[in-house]
Design a protein around this ligand. Structure first.
Ligand SMILES: *Cc1c(COP(=O)(O)O)cnc(C)c1O
Length: 466
């Protein structure tokens, strides 16, 4: 067999990819017809593909490459650790220096009494841990009937069976089913679902659906509520400011554990270390992954409050763990990533430089005829595409048709901006500089213009009835 390398012609790479690589979240037949885009390398916020395009990565990979591509310190930390101790486990009363140092660093950065880290290799795994952990917590407290977890429709918590069940994506539930004991309430998505209510009243109403659901199930049967401070994969849905304080109040009133899934919002994305700080909430458990290592190594975890750790810790052995819980190489990479974040003041850069600069331009996109609302918290943004802004109307075409067309224009203009339905979303590397933000905005605007012209030509600028 010939050696496959970055010098192999694109068509040959695509042929082999189609023949042997079964992709996640991909329509295989459609991809096989088209051929996957082959990414070869990255530097800062830029990617290079096998055709030589220089692409601005407006999504930081999958919301994770927060310090940007090409940071040499991270592979150097990995190499040092691999030579010293490439692997050892953390089961059976053993530990190692990277797991110790990383858990102490995370405890230092996390707010309040979140001081204990249970490691996993991904966000999905960490949420699977959370399911078992909150149920175990109530067993130890001698209330074993408390096992229902309430989550939100259109939330995303990963795609293992547990994570996918917590998530509220019907397409995921349809492929393989759900675990028992998970219930969903509606999302705080004012633009699409707010009707005639003002945003604050709507935020309160949607939070109060939690209370109604608790009363319907019986408070003595509910273990926890889980939500993302800002829904990411659901379309960068920023809740009204009334939402989270009310959720916190209801959880406290009924003694229900609050899990903040900070897999995207953690580690600087919202302009604070954690999204919970941005929204003024104090969860009992946080899910982390993605930005923890800037995606350079697979690692995630659950940060537990003193109280949760004490209760579960007092119940004898917690029968749960992964071979790669606290993997030394991934932990060493994460630790180095957090050192870079701190030494270079990257959270301050988001808050005081990149966010204000991008906000001034991103929020103005509402002047474009196709854009109804624009949201930006830290460096997590979205725009709603609409044929009629005043009515906040959806398109008559099947949801996602217009978003997909817009994303194709972005691809053609060497900008990675994703679509969720007919909403466009960005989450660029946190190190993005003002001159790169100018490029992002210029390419996004050009893509919107082209998309708009195409919709007009094809007669698709039509609002859905009702
Ligand atoms: C990506 C994501 C996950 C899943 O993480 P994986 O590492 O893909 O398993 C969980 N929760 C949220 C909020 C995410 O964005």
């Amino acid at each position: 067999m010939t050696t496959i390398s970055t010098n192999t012609p694109t068509a040959e790479l695509q042929r082999l990819d189609a023949a042997h690589h079964f992709h996640p979240f991909t329509d295989k037949a459609a991809l096989d017809r088209k051929g996957a885009r082959v990414i070869l390398r990255g530097e800062g916020v830029w990617l290079t593909d096998s055709e030589g395009h220089r692409i601005l990565d407006g999504m930081a990979g999958l919301w994770c490459v927060n310090v940007g591509y090409g940071r040499k310190e991270l592979p150097e930390a990995a190499a040092r650790q691999m030579l010293e101790l490439p692997y050892y486990n953390t089961f059976f009363q053993t530990t190692h220096v990277p797991a110790i140092a990383l858990s102490a660093k995370i405890a230092e950065l996390a707010p309040g009494n979140l001081n204990h880290v249970f490691f996993a290799a991904s966000g999905s795994e960490a949420n699977d841990t959370n399911i078992r952990l909150v149920r175990r917590y109530w067993q130890v407290k001698e209330q074993p009937e408390r096992r229902v977890i309430i989550a939100r429709w259109n939330g995303y918590h990963g795609s293992t069976l547990g994570g996918g069940s917590l998530g509220g994506m019907k397409g995921i539930h349809a492929h393989g089913g759900m675990i028992d004991g998970v219930e969903h309430i509606r999302q705080p998505y004012w633009w699409a679902e707010g009707g005639d209510m003002d945003e604050d009243a709507f935020g309160l109403a949607r939070a109060q659906e939690l209370e109604a659901k608790i009363l319907e199930i019986g408070a003595d049967k509910v273990a926890a509520f889980i939500g993302e401070p800002i829904q990411g994969a659901g379309g960068v849905i920023v809740p009204p400011k009334t939402y989270w304080p009310e959720i916190q109040r209801i959880c406290r009133k009924y003694g229900i554990l609050l899990i903040a899934d900070e897999v995207i919002t953690g580690f600087g994305r919202t302009g604070n270390w954690f999204g919970s700080q941005t929204f003024g909430i104090t969860p009992d458990i946080m899910t982390i992954a993605k930005g923890l290592s800037s995606g350079y190594a697979p690692i995630g975890g659950s940060i537990l409050s003193d109280e949760v750790a004490e209760v579960v810790g007092s119940g004898g052995e917690f029968a749960h763990g992964y071979t790669y819980s606290g993997h030394p190489v991934a932990a060493a990479v994460a630790l180095e990533n957090l050192r870079i974040m701190q030494d270079e003041g990257i959270v301050d850069h988001v808050k005081n430089v990149a966010h204000p600069y991008l906000a001034e331009r991103w929020l103005k996109l509402t002047e474009h005829p196709l854009v109804g609302e624009a949201k930006l918290v830290g460096l997590m943004g979205s725009i709603a595409l609409t044929p009629d802004k005043a009515k906040r109307a959806a398109f008559a075409s099947e949801a996602g048709t217009v978003g997909y067309r817009c994303r194709e224009r972005c691809f053609a203009n060497d900008l990675i901006m994703r679509h969720v339905g007919d909403r466009m979303i960005i989450s660029p590397p946190l190190v993005i500089r003002p001159e790169e933000i100018d490029v992002l905005i210029a390419r996004a605007t050009k893509s919107l213009d082209e998309c708009y012209a195409g919709l007009k030509a094809d007669g698709l600028l039509v609002a859905k009835e009702g």
